[in-house]
Design a protein around this ligand. Sequence first.
Ligand code: FCB
Length: 477
Amino acid sequence: MTTRQFPAGFTWGTATASYQVEGAAHADGRGLSIWDTFCATEGQIDDGSNGDVACDQYHRYLGDIALMTELGVGAYRFSVAWPRVQPQAGEPVNQAGLDHYSRLVDALLAAGIKPVVTLYHWDLPQYLEDAGGWPERQTAVRFGDYAALVARRLGDRVDTWTTLNEPWCSAYLGYAAGEHAPGRRDHAAALAAAHHLNLGHGLAVQAVRAEVGDRARTSVTLNLTQAYPATDSALDRAAADQIWRIDNDIWLKPMLEGAYDPQLWADTAQVTDWAFVRDGDLATIRQPLSVLGLNYYSPVTVRPLPGAVPAARTADCPVVRPGTEAIEVLAPTGPLTDMGWSQEPRGLTDLLVRLARTYPGLELMVTENGSAFVDTVSPDGLVHDPERVAYLAAHIEALGQALDAGAPVSGYFAWSLLDNFEWARGYTKRFGLFRTDYDTLERSWKDTARWYQALVRSNRAPESDWSSARSGQPPAV
Ligand code: FCB
């Protein structure tokens, strides 16, 4: 039995990020990033690990492209490591770093796989953090310069230019919650970071278009939050609306409408006066976008915090989102993934449909979606991972429902091509279609990879409860 047929020309891909897969931390003149520093700080990474070796994709990219060819995917979303391109402050561009990405792009094109490049997937050069990081305006300016260097070198060989990956995480996990590099806990700095990430996005789009021409396909990837109100009460709905502003509109409105929502500034008035927003910034931030990338894993459910707000919530910033001390994010329920995230595919449909209604005509892509589960290698040498297959199938069906509702979604990228360094969780969480053996660095097939292969080769979703453990066979292609 087969299920949904997807539109002709729909792009199926896989995604990774430089620090999570490349390894080769000292190869070809790479400089330090904030993640090198953060990993070296006692207690920040669950297993005490780092990205020094990771999946060694820096050296093994040809093998990984061969796997993608076997899968049949049409696109690969990867990121360029800024510290490989500009390793040291004030020094000339490191051609050896750019050479790597040039070879990678050529190899992808030779395999018929479209390169979808992310310019910034969190690995800020450490010297820029030492100068203040994203809360400083100068970091945005430097990001524009770096984008120009990469665009000049890779030029029109790149299919899609994505400026930032999930600025939400850079700003709030990095500068408010301290869970990600650089590990700061300062809500005012986090909002300054958010604005300068927006500004950096605008400057990077300008730089790419200046180098490649107006035909450049430009994009940004946002991890927008689908926040459901705990009940239908006005107060719960107001809490969900506030989350929408601080999580989503803070990026969407400046990038797509050239303005911040005055209510967002009111929500955060206790945190900052937004004086870092200068005349002309919003015009710079609003640049032509060919496609909006959405990363989706799980929604949240919110309501006003019952009772008074404990002082501890404001004292040392354990609250992730600035200005939301009085909002409670409920603990996730249902069968959770190994990340502790709920599995609610309807959140993906709801987000895509809302985006399509708010920004009619804007092309959308799901640039990340996937799940971590504990994997075991079976005696047959394979990983039978029915939970991951079910997650993927349910979310791809949710995407299909958004298409049915008229959302112009043109592609889907499974996170991730292979198990990799999962940030503060280290190597303890496995998101891969392929298993990475961290002792030998060998890659092996999981059932999810076989299921995805059947989907991308036929453009039709196989039945979702398929498992090679049960059938002994991969799904029919
Ligand atoms: C996203 C990140 C990606 C990966 C997944 C699980 O927030 O963009 O690098 O870690 O989560």
